[in-house]
Design a protein around this ligand. Sequence first.
Ligand code: PXP
Length: 251
Amino acid sequence: MTLRLGVNIDHVATVRNARGGPHPDPLRAALAAEAAGADGITAHLREDRRHIRDADIAALRKHLKIPLNLEMAATPEMRDIAVKMRPHAACLVPERREERTTEGGLDLERYFKVLQPFVESLYDVDIRVSLFIEPDMRQIDAARAVGAPVVELHTGAYCEAALAGDAKARAVQLERVREAARHATQIGLEAHAGHGLTYDTVDDIACMPEIRELNIGHFLIGEAIFVGLEPALSEMRRRMDKARTAIVPAR
Ligand code: PXP
């Protein structure tokens, strides 16, 4: 029933890269998150290297004690890097150069033939693969057929509805995530969730017993500017744990 917190450190690298020097160092942020109780670190090595770079992944791999989740597109270049770096997990995401962030989930039905051998090649070297998908039943069924043990449900639409103050859309999107998490678990997949989560939106997701891990980045790094990374992370964790304790165990 525990809910893991993966901290995404991409935006520390975004700030570093704005000036071209070494500061602020994403590894330092990752180690601070580790010390503050993060269960894992997530970093997205984009094709254009707009934030995380290859050397960051090597440094994270060398110094972290908690698991590293490498977010990546399903390209031959990224597979070679993953096979060399051996992160604990790899989260496959769609990637378009012109997008500001990962805007949608993978279309598993469309890319089935590419993804199936891709997932297998990571499985062969003991990398646990998750597929970042919309909370959609067909995508979940396809994820199982592709052979991944984990799906990460995209919470972007839910968080956007919350940000817009649209209570009805928020409830609709939340229900999509809930049903998707249930369905994933029922067919034997582990359900994770992430994208856009904040103090305001985390509780409703954290109280879903099927969800085992949340990956949160932008809000935590932004909040750290005001209060520091440790307090921001502790507050997120407090809210996750509180939501979790409200779950009534199934009989
Ligand atoms: N999970 C995945 C697969 C993502 O692509 C991202 C964004 O990089 C996140 C989680 C974290 O989203 P955010 O930075 O909005 O918290």
